[in-house]
Design a binder for this molecule. Structure first.
Ligand code: 3HC
Ligand code: NAI
Length: 694
């Protein structure tokens, strides 16, 4: 078999066979690439002039893994195992030449080569865990043989892309090549291997580092305990650990059998399906049907931020982190100093954990300058307003900004609920106005809702998306509506959570069910964390809701040591008998009959209205795709990745089942559960979100 000419080329230079792959965008191991690899190895084997082989890739990266789009389909072409055997068993040395990223199946191919040379800028990793998988082409058995059990555990359960210099230290690569010299460096390396008569180094036969871990099962137990919190609910991390255990306890063939069995189980299970959906969803969000990819973007070199409070400070850090200077404007010296001090303290905390150097702290804080004059924003290419949530105030600020900002600058608001069109109308340039809704803490949370107004220009939308990507966020383009997408769905859930506690469920019951479902916390724990008094007014409060009563009692959440829960000095929560009594009094006062709720009922009451709201949002065109809503809820609210987001979850449950459950709930509890007409239509026509163009 000869390599498929388009994706694989084999030629010989001075006795070194160069097998180069070229399959954009990321040289994933599609059937064509596997065929090309196998053909190349066969040519190398058959050609007596070939003394060694260099495997190299064209384009932006070495092989980035198996072709994820092939998962779940019928197998085509040679299997990856067959290709790897051909490489490992070739009777001439094979050197992998790595640039970009050698990931997953890509690294597993490189691990079957006898040596690895990498560009200094390259990275290697086994990120399968992030797709709900484990490395299924021998990676679980070969990696610990090269880097040792502890490092393999860390790499495989985090999926981290390890920089080449660290790979060299670990023994994962054998040599580094300077930028621009990968091919020549790998050829020279291969020639040395031949000249020195070095053995064909098969990773499968190396045993020293595994030997060091034999008879020490505590390594695994301690490691499991260390990742338990971070990996709660996920199957894949534990399965990865089991494979490394098998590598220690069994011979290579035994370990491979365990790997194959567990890989199949994950591949065909619901979690990996969900996680693969999220992988593609996170790449889809950048695609905006009516804003072409090549829309000219505004060059963002300087950023201005108005308001140095909770959000403004965090937003500023995002830009300083990538080297963009920020001007932070406040009303008083005191507020400004406080804001700048919080920023510094945040950076110093990161540095104290070893995740930032002292020098970086100075560079980044040095990029953020404070000012009390909005006129100082005249040079900014992007201004983000993050003052109090008040329409009159925001309008006043945008009117002033209109007079100050340079032509073409983007004027953004971080409002979490106000009408961006109304804010835009306070300026004479509504095409430059957009919402950039960050989530708190803004320097940590990965989501930005980019809120397009009626007049927002394509360039402003495209630039806002691009700049959000540059600062490492997932940005989803949404339309103007109360709460936009994320908070609008949150509010549908909150309404039901509040009702449930008046009908007999306790806040800790509701929280437990949602926590067990995989969310980081339930609605009441979340309220306690955020502060029950957000939006509450002492003067007008009349004890009409449980929240009012709690605030009036100064139970305002974690910050006051009590809210829906009681808190000890380490902020551990316990259910509060006082709150239980308040809730019961409300029910008695309203003459309500209370009853017990099963976990399933609680879940349905909370989650089905979220799905229904999501469908309404799609019908109104406020989100582009169902998968965008999934990304919003995963990145902004911690919806469990292994359940793929609320809309993906709905399809897994079955849209028909969701509809009939909503209909039942509507009979019992009224219109709040009335199914979205779009959902009814989709079910009647047997359509998925994708079929429907969402
Ligand atoms: N299979 C199929 N398509 C892939 C792919 C893969 N493994 N990796 C990336 N792509 C596609 C993306 O969907 C995207 O397509 P689009 O342009 O149509 O949206 C395109 O390649 C470019 O990807 P990115 O936008 O992510 O490009 P970046 O340059 O930002 O990142 C990357 C490149 C670091 C390689 C990143 O794409 C990535 O992390 N890819 C996945 C790597 C991975 O998980 N590999 C393991 C796969 S599972 C496996 O190997 C199983 C094995 O053990 C048997
Ligand atoms: P905050 O109260 O912590 O900070 C607001 C800051 O704006 C204060 O420091 C205040 O001094 C300053 N300010 C007020 N008027 C000003 C003016 N004319 N010029 C300059 N500075 C001025 O408020 P927070 O929480 O940061 O919220 C800001 C905005 O972000 C609001 O619109 C809010 O709805 C939104 N938001 C808040 C989130 C949160 O979780 N706190 C999440 C997402 C959005």
């Amino acid at each position: 078999m000869s390599p498929t000419p388009e994706v694989a080329q084999f030629h010989v230079i001075n006795g070194i066979g160069i097998l180069s792959l070229d399959s954009p965008p990321v040289n994933a191991l599609s059937a064509a690439v596997r065929t090309g690899l196998l053909g190349g190895m066969q040519q190398a084997a058959a050609d007596e002039a070939v003394r060694a082989v260099v495997l190299i890739c064209r384009g932006r990266t070495f092989i980035a893994g198996a072709d994820i789009t092939e998962f779940g389909g019928k197998p085509k072409g040679p299997g990856l195992g067959e290709v790897q055997d051909a490489i490992e068993n070739l009777d001439k040395p094979v050197v992998a030449a790595i640039h970009g990223t050698a990931l997953g199946g890509g690294l597993e191919v490189a691990l079957c080569c006898h040596y690895r040379v990498a560009l200094e800028s390259a990275r290697c990793g086994l990120p399968e865990v992030n797709l709900g998988l484990l490395p299924g082409a021998g990676g679980t058995q070969r990696l610990p043989r090269l880097v040792g059990v502890e490092r393999a555990l860390e790499m495989m359960t985090s999926g981290r892309h390890v920089p080449a210099p660290e790979c060299l230290e670990l023994g994962l690569v054998d040599a580094l090549a300077p930028e621009g010299e990968l091919e020549s460096g790998a050829i020279a390396f291969a020639e040395r291997v031949v000249a020195e008569g070095r053995p064909l180094r098969k990773v499968r036969e190396i045993d020293g580092k595994l030997e060091a871990a034999r008879g020490r099962p505590e390594i695994f137990e301690e490691f499991r305990a260390s990742i338990a919190r971070r990996t709660r609910g996920f199957l894949a991390p534990e399965y990865n650990v089991r494979c490394i255990e098998a590598a220690v306890e069994q011979d290579f063939a035994g370990g491979m059998a365990v790997e194959q069995r567990l890989f199949r189980e994950l591949l065909t299970g619901p979690q990996s399906l969900a996680q693969r959906h999220v992988f593609f969803a996170e790449r889809e969000i950048w695609k905006i049907p009516d804003v072409p990819r090549d829309t000219p973007k505004i060059d963002i070199q300087k950023v201005g931020i108005i308001g140095a409070g909770t959000m403004g400070g965090g937003i500023a850090m995002n830009f300083a982190n990538i080297g963009i200077p920020v001007s932070l404007v406040e009303t008083s010296r005191e507020a400004l100093d406080r804001g700048l001090a919080v920023i510094r303290a945040n950076y110093e905390r990161t540095a104290s954990r070893g995740r930032l150097s002292a020098e970086d702290v100075e560079t980044r804080t040095g990029l953020i300058s404070g000012s009390l004059a909005m006129e100082d924003l005249a040079e900014a290419d992007l201004v983000i307003e993050a003052v109090f949530e008040s329409m009159p105030l925001k309008k006043e600020i945008f009117a002033r900004l209109d007079a100050i900002a340079k032509p073409g600058a983007i004027l953004a608001s971080n409002t979490s609920a106000l009408d961006v069109n109304e804010i835009a109308a306070a300026t004479a340039r509504p095409e430059s106005v957009i919402g950039l809704h960050f989530f708190s803490p803004a320097n940590v949370m990965k989501l930005v809702e980019v809120v397009r107004g009626d007049a927002t220009s394509d360039a402003v939308i495209a630039t806002s998306m691009a700049v959000s990507k540059r600062i490492g966020k997932n940005a989803a383009l949404v339309g103007v509506c109360p709460g936009f997408v994320g908070n609008r769905i949150l509010s549908a859930r909150q309404i039901q959570a509040n009702r449930l506690i008046l009908e007999g469920a306790m806040p800790w019951d509701v929280d437990r069910v949602l926590f067990d479902f995989g969310l980081p916390m339930g609605p009441f724990a979340m309220s306690d964390l955020a502060g029950l008094d957000i939006g509450w007014n002492k003067k007008t409060s009349k004890g009409e809701t449980v929240r009012d009563v709690l605030c009036e009692m100064d139970r305002r959440g974690q910050k006051t040591g009590a809210g829906f829960y009681d808190y000890d000095e380490r902020r551990n929560a316990t259910p509060s008998p006082i709150v239980e009594k308040i809730i019961q009094d409300f029910a008695t006062r309203d003459g309500r009959k209370t009853r017990n709720f099963s976990d399933d009922e609680i879940l349905a009451r909370c989650v089905y209205p979220m799905i229904n709201e999501g469908v309404k949002i799609l019908a109104e065109g406020k989100a582009i795709r169902a998968s965008d809503i999934d990304v919003i809820w995963i990145s902004g609210y911690g919806w469990p990745v292994y359940r793929g987001g609320p809309m993906f979850y709905a399809e897994q449950v079955g849209l028909g089942s969701v509809l009939s459950r909503l209909q039942d709930l509507a009979k019992e509890y009224g219109d709040a559960f009335a199914p979205a007409p779009l959902l009814e239509e989709m079910v009647a026509e047997g359509q998925s979100f994708r079929d429907r163009g969402f």
